[in-house]
Design a protein around this ligand. Structure first.
Ligand SMILES: Nc1ncnc2c1ncn2[C@@H]1O[C@H](COP(=O)(O)OP(=O)(O)OP(=O)(O)O)[C@@H](O)[C@H]1O
Length: 249
């Protein structure tokens, strides 16, 4: 795929001889939203870490936004960002201080205005000057999203973007990502265990199991292939080897 935002071929990574990601190949079209799905230990975080250049692959190629990630990581990183509720921001710094530090790291121009804009968009104004360690889980998630949006990324990698959010806030955050994508043309790759969220947000789903890709397609294609009404059932079928996709050997 020539205009893919992400193109991965035969990508592998082992830890102590145990394959965590095993020769996977996939592409993510520019401007699309793709979900990486799979049970615990399937290899999603390892894949995302390699896409971000945090882990070096043992073999295979990764092109991100047209660049070879292993050779030209520093050309790519200013155009990418990442959010995970599992990565904590420094606790003692206030929200504003954290966003300022990251903004400087990313080389964001007119940083004060950008922080004010994100504080307004993500409803952070009431706790901008509070220590980041004193926020609720949901507030931390919104701050992590603000951090990820500072450089207006062309590619956004999201690990469990709505974990710990109440249903109303989670819905609002999904709408926020959708609106950002529509106005910027950004590409989103997310790992999620929330199948309703994936159905709502994603054009493509890549199903991982034990380090490999076991199936891929749009949510509608996967539902049809497995004869199911929702993606949760498809996920369970794959996880439990309950049935092969229609037409598979
Ligand atoms: N730093 C590491 N050292 C050793 N093994 C690792 C390391 N990171 C991941 N693994 C192993 O690699 C495999 C894939 O892990 P990974 O974190 O990529 O899975 P995941 O799909 O993100 O799972 P989860 O949904 O639980 O977050 C697992 O067996 C895990 O134990």
């Amino acid at each position: 795929m020539i205009d893919a935002a992400i193109h991965v071929e035969k990508l592998s990574k082992s830890f102590a001889g145990q394959p965590a990601v095993d020769a996977i190949s996939f592409s993510v079209a520019t401007g699309s939203t793709t979900a990486l799905l799979g049970g615990n230990g399937a290899g999603k975080t390892t894949t995302i870490s390699m896409l971000l250049g945090l882990l070096l692959p043992d073999s295979g190629t990764i092109r991100v936004l047209g660049e070879d990630m292993v050779k030209h990581r520093y050309r790519v990183l200013p155009r990418v960002n990442f959010s995970s509720p599992y990565v904590e921001l420094p606790h003692r710094l206030s929200v504003r201080e954290n966003l300022t530090v990251y903004g400087h790291l990313y080389g964001v121009s007119k940083l004060k205005q950008r922080i004010a804009q994100l504080a307004e968009e993500l409803e952070l104004i009431d706790f901008l000057d509070r220590a980041s360690g004193r926020l609720s889980a949901g507030q931390k998630t919104r701050v992590a999203i603000a951090k990820a949006m500072l450089n207006q990324p062309e590619l956004l990698l999201l690990d469990e973007p709505t974990a710990s959010l109440d249903p109303d806030t989670a819905d609002w955050v999904r709408g926020y990502f959708r609106a950002y994508q529509q106005r910027s043309g950004a590409t989103i790759l997310l790992a999620s265990h929330n199948m309703a969220e994936v159905e709502r947000l994603c054009d493509q789903v890549v199903m991982m199991k034990q380090g490999g890709i076991v199936d891929a397609g749009s949510p509608a294609q996967l539902r049809e292939r497995y004869g199911r009404n929702d993606l949760e059932q498809v996920f369970l079928d794959i996880a439990r080897n309950r049935r092969l996709p229609h037409g598979a050997a």
